[in-house]
Write a protein that binds this ligand. Structure first.
Ligand SMILES: NC(=O)c1ccc[n+]([C@@H]2O[C@H](COP(=O)([O-])OP(=O)(O)OC[C@H]3O[C@@H](n4cnc5c(N)ncnc54)[C@H](OP(=O)(O)O)[C@@H]3O)[C@@H](O)[C@H]2O)c1
Length: 254
């Protein structure tokens, strides 16, 4: 099955993905930024179920540290599994939030862009040397790119996720000669800790989201993890260069 990196494995979609792919036999190198405890919990739960996982700290906004991160990954591969190649990279880590266009500052623009697009782009470039031919990359983007919210505030977030969608398509072209498949998954609203636990803090808004969703509920991290696991598996072998929305049909037909 091989070993996969899952960025942002300390909570939410990344944690559920780490659980799902570990259950399917992958070794997991998961990353966290501030929530070390969440990362330890993820590793502990995987080990309890007989899997193998390692947690490493990674800040997507600090690309100068990516070479050091890659050498930590190389060391973990050699000492824990042992292996010299990864089979998959899941670029999941990210942050939400935003502000109305007229209020958005250059600092907000730069800090979100550094993590969401620039970080994803250059982390992938650094990790690529360790990725086996025939491997897979999944980028977690967002349904907000195509299901435009009337509430606004998404000009920077959604534009960065759109950039990752386009990056996904062109990277699929460049990596096809190595048999590496590159896809994106675009989740709709999913119950995680995103934006300082916005779904918990604004629970009264959840029924409105459910009303706009064909399948009538909020997404759960496991709903997204199942699709990511499929894309990494043999079942996904004929899929590359695609952006797959997983939202229960959010705003579909509205
Ligand atoms: N939840 C949704 O409704 C939704 C919808 C569409 C797309 N998404 C996308 O799904 C992905 C996962 O988010 P989530 O919903 O699972 O939220 P989450 O529970 O808040 O998890 C986010 C993860 O990303 C990590 N992270 C945040 N900023 C980082 C940075 N600068 N460098 C490295 N890691 C960083 C966090 O690490 P620490 O906590 O350890 O700092 C955490 O592990 C994100 O890319 C998000 O944009 C979410």
């Amino acid at each position: 099955m091989g070993v996969a990196i899952v960025t942002g494995g300390s909570s939410g979609i990344g944690q559920a993905t780490a659980f799902e792919i570990a259950a399917r036999g992958h070794g997991v190198i998961l990353t966290y930024n501030g929530n070390e405890r969440g990362a330890r919990d993820t590793v502990g739960a995987i080990e309890e179920r007989g899997g193998t996982a390692v947690a490493l700290r990674l800040d997507l906004a600090e690309s100068a540290r990516f070479p050091a991160f890659v050498s930590q990954v190389r060391d973990a591969l050699a000492s824990v599994w042992p292996a010299d190649r990864l089979t998959a990279l899941v670029n999941n880590a990210g942050l939400g939030g935003g502000s109305p266009f007229v209020e958005t500052t250059e600092e907000q623009f730069d800090s979100m862009g550094r993590a969401l697009f620039r970080g994803t782009y250059f982390l992938t470039q650094h990790v690529l040397a360790l990725l086996a031919d025939g491997g897979a990359i999944v980028n977690v983007t967002s349904a907000s790119v195509t299901t435009i919210e009337r509430g606004g505030g998404y000009t920077v977030y959604a534009a960065n996720k759109a950039a990752v969608n386009t990056f996904t398509q062109y990277l699929a072209v460049e990596l096809a000669e190595r048999g590496i498949r590159v896809n994106a998954i675009a989740p709709g609203a999913t119950r995680t800790l995103i934006s300082d636990n916005a779904f918990g803090r604004y629970a009264h808004l959840v029924p409105e989201i459910e009303k706009k969703t064909l399948l009538g509920r909020l997404g759960e991290p496991e709903d997204i993890a199942a699709v990511i696991a499929m894309l990494l598996s043999r079942d996904g072998r004929w899929i590359t260069g695609q952006i797959i929305e997983a939202s229960g049909g959010y705003q579909f037909g509205i």
